[in-house]
Design a protein around this ligand. Structure first.
Ligand SMILES: C[S@@+](CC[C@H](N)C(=O)[O-])C[C@H]1O[C@@H](n2cnc3c(N)ncnc32)[C@H](O)[C@@H]1O
Length: 249
Protein backbone atom coordinates (compact mmCIF):
# COMPACT_ATOMS: atom_id res chain seq x y z
CA UNK A 1 0.00 0.00 0.00
CA UNK A 2 2.83 2.33 0.96
CA UNK A 3 4.68 1.71 -2.28
CA UNK A 4 1.51 2.31 -4.34
CA UNK A 5 1.06 5.62 -2.50
CA UNK A 6 4.70 6.50 -3.15
CA UNK A 7 4.33 5.77 -6.89
CA UNK A 8 1.00 7.60 -7.16
CA UNK A 9 1.78 10.73 -5.16
CA UNK A 10 4.25 12.29 -7.61
CA UNK A 11 1.79 11.84 -10.48
CA UNK A 12 -0.95 13.49 -8.41
CA UNK A 13 1.41 16.41 -7.80
CA UNK A 14 2.16 16.59 -11.54
CA UNK A 15 -1.58 16.62 -12.31
CA UNK A 16 -2.17 19.29 -9.66
CA UNK A 17 0.64 21.59 -10.80
CA UNK A 18 -0.19 21.19 -14.51
CA UNK A 19 -3.90 21.72 -13.81
CA UNK A 20 -3.36 24.86 -11.73
CA UNK A 21 -0.98 26.38 -14.29
CA UNK A 22 -3.33 25.49 -17.17
CA UNK A 23 -6.23 27.16 -15.36
CA UNK A 24 -4.10 30.26 -14.80
CA UNK A 25 -2.97 30.32 -18.46
CA UNK A 26 -6.55 30.00 -19.72
CA UNK A 27 -7.65 32.81 -17.40
CA UNK A 28 -4.78 35.14 -18.31
CA UNK A 29 -4.52 34.17 -21.98
CA UNK A 30 -5.68 37.51 -23.47
CA UNK A 31 -3.00 39.35 -21.50
CA UNK A 32 -0.07 36.97 -22.05
CA UNK A 33 2.77 38.23 -24.30
CA UNK A 34 3.52 34.77 -25.75
CA UNK A 35 1.43 32.15 -27.56
CA UNK A 36 1.79 28.82 -29.39
CA UNK A 37 4.67 26.45 -28.56
CA UNK A 38 6.46 29.15 -26.53
CA UNK A 39 3.44 29.47 -24.27
CA UNK A 40 3.34 25.68 -23.87
CA UNK A 41 7.02 25.66 -22.84
CA UNK A 42 6.39 28.52 -20.38
CA UNK A 43 3.40 26.60 -19.05
CA UNK A 44 5.55 23.50 -18.56
CA UNK A 45 8.26 25.55 -16.84
CA UNK A 46 5.75 27.12 -14.47
CA UNK A 47 4.29 23.69 -13.66
CA UNK A 48 7.82 22.34 -13.08
CA UNK A 49 8.48 25.19 -10.64
CA UNK A 50 5.19 24.62 -8.85
CA UNK A 51 5.91 20.89 -8.75
CA UNK A 52 9.24 21.60 -7.04
CA UNK A 53 7.41 23.76 -4.48
CA UNK A 54 5.05 20.84 -3.92
CA UNK A 55 8.05 18.64 -3.17
CA UNK A 56 8.64 16.89 -6.51
CA UNK A 57 12.27 15.95 -7.16
CA UNK A 58 14.34 17.46 -10.00
CA UNK A 59 13.74 14.22 -11.93
CA UNK A 60 10.25 15.51 -12.81
CA UNK A 61 11.37 18.83 -14.31
CA UNK A 62 11.84 17.61 -17.93
CA UNK A 63 8.62 15.59 -17.75
CA UNK A 64 6.70 18.63 -16.51
CA UNK A 65 8.19 20.86 -19.24
CA UNK A 66 7.45 18.40 -22.06
CA UNK A 67 3.97 17.40 -20.92
CA UNK A 68 1.97 20.38 -22.33
CA UNK A 69 3.88 20.13 -25.65
CA UNK A 70 3.24 16.38 -25.84
CA UNK A 71 -0.47 16.82 -25.21
CA UNK A 72 -0.84 19.72 -27.66
CA UNK A 73 1.14 18.06 -30.48
CA UNK A 74 -0.09 14.54 -29.82
CA UNK A 75 -1.58 14.22 -33.31
CA UNK A 76 1.58 15.23 -35.18
CA UNK A 77 4.06 13.14 -33.18
CA UNK A 78 5.38 10.36 -35.50
CA UNK A 79 4.99 6.75 -34.42
CA UNK A 80 8.79 6.20 -34.16
CA UNK A 81 8.92 8.87 -31.43
CA UNK A 82 6.89 6.60 -29.16
CA UNK A 83 9.25 3.70 -29.87
CA UNK A 84 12.23 5.97 -29.15
CA UNK A 85 10.61 7.12 -25.90
CA UNK A 86 10.01 3.49 -24.94
CA UNK A 87 13.67 2.63 -25.69
CA UNK A 88 14.90 5.53 -23.54
CA UNK A 89 12.60 4.48 -20.68
CA UNK A 90 13.84 0.88 -20.97
CA UNK A 91 17.48 2.05 -20.79
CA UNK A 92 16.65 4.04 -17.64
CA UNK A 93 14.24 1.66 -15.88
CA UNK A 94 16.36 -1.36 -16.90
CA UNK A 95 15.93 -3.19 -13.60
CA UNK A 96 12.27 -2.45 -12.97
CA UNK A 97 10.91 -5.61 -14.56
CA UNK A 98 13.69 -8.10 -13.77
CA UNK A 99 14.55 -7.01 -10.22
CA UNK A 100 11.37 -5.08 -9.42
CA UNK A 101 13.57 -2.15 -8.48
CA UNK A 102 12.59 1.12 -10.15
CA UNK A 103 14.66 4.30 -10.23
CA UNK A 104 14.08 6.76 -7.45
CA UNK A 105 16.86 8.74 -5.90
CA UNK A 106 18.16 9.27 -2.38
CA UNK A 107 17.54 12.90 -1.44
CA UNK A 108 20.09 15.41 -0.13
CA UNK A 109 19.00 15.20 3.50
CA UNK A 110 19.51 11.45 3.38
CA UNK A 111 22.97 11.99 1.77
CA UNK A 112 23.84 13.97 4.91
CA UNK A 113 22.49 11.27 7.23
CA UNK A 114 24.59 8.69 5.37
CA UNK A 115 27.59 10.99 5.74
CA UNK A 116 26.97 10.98 9.52
CA UNK A 117 26.77 7.17 9.60
CA UNK A 118 30.04 6.89 7.65
CA UNK A 119 31.77 9.35 10.02
CA UNK A 120 30.42 7.72 13.21
CA UNK A 121 31.48 4.29 11.98
CA UNK A 122 34.95 5.47 10.90
CA UNK A 123 34.35 3.74 7.57
CA UNK A 124 37.12 3.56 4.98
CA UNK A 125 35.04 2.14 2.13
CA UNK A 126 31.41 2.46 1.05
CA UNK A 127 29.38 0.94 -1.76
CA UNK A 128 26.00 1.99 -3.14
CA UNK A 129 24.35 -1.12 -4.61
CA UNK A 130 22.33 0.20 -7.55
CA UNK A 131 23.92 3.64 -7.53
CA UNK A 132 21.44 5.34 -9.87
CA UNK A 133 22.57 8.78 -11.01
CA UNK A 134 25.50 8.68 -8.59
CA UNK A 135 24.36 11.34 -6.14
CA UNK A 136 25.16 9.37 -2.99
CA UNK A 137 28.58 8.30 -4.26
CA UNK A 138 29.77 11.72 -5.42
CA UNK A 139 28.45 13.47 -2.30
CA UNK A 140 30.20 11.05 0.08
CA UNK A 141 33.40 11.12 -1.98
CA UNK A 142 33.40 14.93 -1.77
CA UNK A 143 32.60 15.16 1.93
CA UNK A 144 34.93 12.28 2.93
CA UNK A 145 38.05 12.56 0.75
CA UNK A 146 39.67 9.59 2.53
CA UNK A 147 36.66 7.31 1.99
CA UNK A 148 36.76 4.95 -1.01
CA UNK A 149 33.30 5.18 -2.54
CA UNK A 150 31.94 2.88 -5.22
CA UNK A 151 28.70 2.77 -7.16
CA UNK A 152 27.43 -0.40 -8.85
CA UNK A 153 24.77 -0.05 -11.54
CA UNK A 154 23.46 -1.82 -14.66
CA UNK A 155 20.77 0.51 -16.08
CA UNK A 156 22.72 1.69 -19.17
CA UNK A 157 21.62 5.34 -19.41
CA UNK A 158 21.65 5.81 -15.65
CA UNK A 159 25.15 4.32 -15.41
CA UNK A 160 26.38 6.60 -18.22
CA UNK A 161 24.88 9.63 -16.47
CA UNK A 162 26.75 8.77 -13.25
CA UNK A 163 30.02 8.29 -15.16
CA UNK A 164 29.47 11.67 -16.81
CA UNK A 165 28.75 13.25 -13.44
CA UNK A 166 32.07 11.95 -12.14
CA UNK A 167 33.96 13.17 -15.20
CA UNK A 168 33.12 16.76 -14.28
CA UNK A 169 34.29 16.41 -10.69
CA UNK A 170 37.73 15.80 -9.33
CA UNK A 171 36.98 12.83 -7.08
CA UNK A 172 39.80 10.28 -7.26
CA UNK A 173 38.24 8.33 -4.36
CA UNK A 174 35.00 7.62 -6.29
CA UNK A 175 34.23 5.07 -8.99
CA UNK A 176 31.24 3.63 -10.83
CA UNK A 177 31.29 0.10 -12.19
CA UNK A 178 28.88 -1.46 -14.63
CA UNK A 179 28.09 -4.54 -12.59
CA UNK A 180 25.11 -6.49 -11.34
CA UNK A 181 24.65 -5.91 -7.61
CA UNK A 182 24.54 -9.69 -7.09
CA UNK A 183 28.09 -9.97 -8.45
CA UNK A 184 29.59 -7.34 -6.14
CA UNK A 185 31.90 -8.73 -3.45
CA UNK A 186 30.56 -7.16 -0.25
CA UNK A 187 33.53 -8.22 1.88
CA UNK A 188 35.48 -5.28 0.46
CA UNK A 189 33.28 -2.62 2.10
CA UNK A 190 32.83 -1.17 5.59
CA UNK A 191 29.40 0.26 4.78
CA UNK A 192 27.08 -1.29 2.18
CA UNK A 193 24.15 0.92 1.22
CA UNK A 194 21.11 0.09 -0.89
CA UNK A 195 17.84 1.74 -1.84
CA UNK A 196 16.06 -1.02 -3.73
CA UNK A 197 12.54 -2.33 -3.03
CA UNK A 198 10.98 -4.82 -0.63
CA UNK A 199 11.41 -7.66 -3.17
CA UNK A 200 15.20 -8.25 -3.13
CA UNK A 201 15.75 -7.47 0.56
CA UNK A 202 15.73 -11.03 2.01
CA UNK A 203 18.11 -12.30 -0.71
CA UNK A 204 20.36 -9.23 -0.45
CA UNK A 205 20.60 -9.53 3.32
CA UNK A 206 21.50 -13.23 3.01
CA UNK A 207 24.30 -12.18 0.63
CA UNK A 208 25.42 -9.47 3.05
CA UNK A 209 25.51 -11.92 5.96
CA UNK A 210 27.51 -14.41 3.92
CA UNK A 211 30.07 -11.90 2.62
CA UNK A 212 30.41 -8.86 4.89
CA UNK A 213 33.05 -8.74 7.62
CA UNK A 214 32.04 -8.67 11.32
CA UNK A 215 31.35 -5.16 12.59
CA UNK A 216 30.60 -3.71 9.15
CA UNK A 217 27.26 -2.02 8.40
CA UNK A 218 24.49 -2.85 5.95
CA UNK A 219 22.21 0.16 5.49
CA UNK A 220 18.89 -0.01 3.66
CA UNK A 221 16.93 3.07 2.71
CA UNK A 222 13.21 2.65 3.43
CA UNK A 223 13.03 -1.15 3.09
CA UNK A 224 13.59 -3.21 6.21
CA UNK A 225 14.81 -6.78 6.06
CA UNK A 226 11.83 -8.94 7.05
CA UNK A 227 12.12 -10.65 10.47
CA UNK A 228 15.49 -9.05 11.13
CA UNK A 229 15.62 -6.44 13.90
CA UNK A 230 17.91 -3.59 12.86
CA UNK A 231 20.87 -2.57 15.01
CA UNK A 232 19.72 1.05 14.65
CA UNK A 233 17.34 3.22 12.67
CA UNK A 234 17.84 6.77 11.49
CA UNK A 235 14.80 8.90 10.73
CA UNK A 236 15.68 11.58 8.22
CA UNK A 237 13.85 14.84 8.68
CA UNK A 238 12.66 15.05 5.07
CA UNK A 239 9.35 15.33 3.22
CA UNK A 240 9.01 11.62 2.48
CA UNK A 241 9.95 10.60 6.06
CA UNK A 242 12.87 8.48 4.98
CA UNK A 243 14.01 5.85 7.44
CA UNK A 244 17.43 4.20 7.23
CA UNK A 245 17.62 0.65 8.61
CA UNK A 246 21.11 -0.18 9.87
CA UNK A 247 22.21 -3.78 10.35
CA UNK A 248 25.55 -4.58 12.00
CA UNK A 249 27.16 -7.78 10.82
C1 LIG B 1 15.89 3.13 -6.20
S1 LIG B 1 17.28 3.36 -7.23
C2 LIG B 1 18.47 4.02 -6.09
C3 LIG B 1 19.55 4.84 -6.77
C4 LIG B 1 20.65 5.35 -5.86
N1 LIG B 1 21.16 4.29 -5.02
C5 LIG B 1 20.14 6.45 -4.99
O1 LIG B 1 19.78 6.10 -3.86
O2 LIG B 1 20.07 7.61 -5.39
C6 LIG B 1 17.80 1.68 -7.44
C7 LIG B 1 18.86 1.51 -8.49
O3 LIG B 1 19.30 0.16 -8.44
C8 LIG B 1 19.58 -0.27 -9.76
N2 LIG B 1 19.53 -1.73 -9.78
C9 LIG B 1 18.47 -2.52 -9.49
N3 LIG B 1 18.80 -3.81 -9.62
C10 LIG B 1 20.10 -3.84 -10.00
C11 LIG B 1 21.01 -4.90 -10.31
N4 LIG B 1 20.64 -6.19 -10.24
N5 LIG B 1 22.27 -4.58 -10.64
C12 LIG B 1 22.66 -3.27 -10.71
N6 LIG B 1 21.84 -2.24 -10.45
C13 LIG B 1 20.57 -2.52 -10.10
C14 LIG B 1 18.47 0.39 -10.59
O4 LIG B 1 18.82 0.47 -11.95
C15 LIG B 1 18.38 1.75 -9.91
O5 LIG B 1 19.22 2.68 -10.52
Amino acid sequence: MNSIRRQLFPWLKVALSQGLVLALVLYLRPYLPVAGPLLLVAQGLAAALLGRLLGLSAFWIPIQILLPLAVAFNAVVPAWAYLAAFAVCALIYWNSASEQVPLYLTNRKTWRSLSGIVADHGAKSFVDLGSGMGGVVTFLARTHPKLRVRGVETAPLVYLASKLRLRFQNLPNAEFVYRNIWDENLSAHDVVYCFLSPVPMPKMFAKAKAEMRPGTLFVSNSFAVPDQPPYAMVDVNDGRKTRLYIYRM
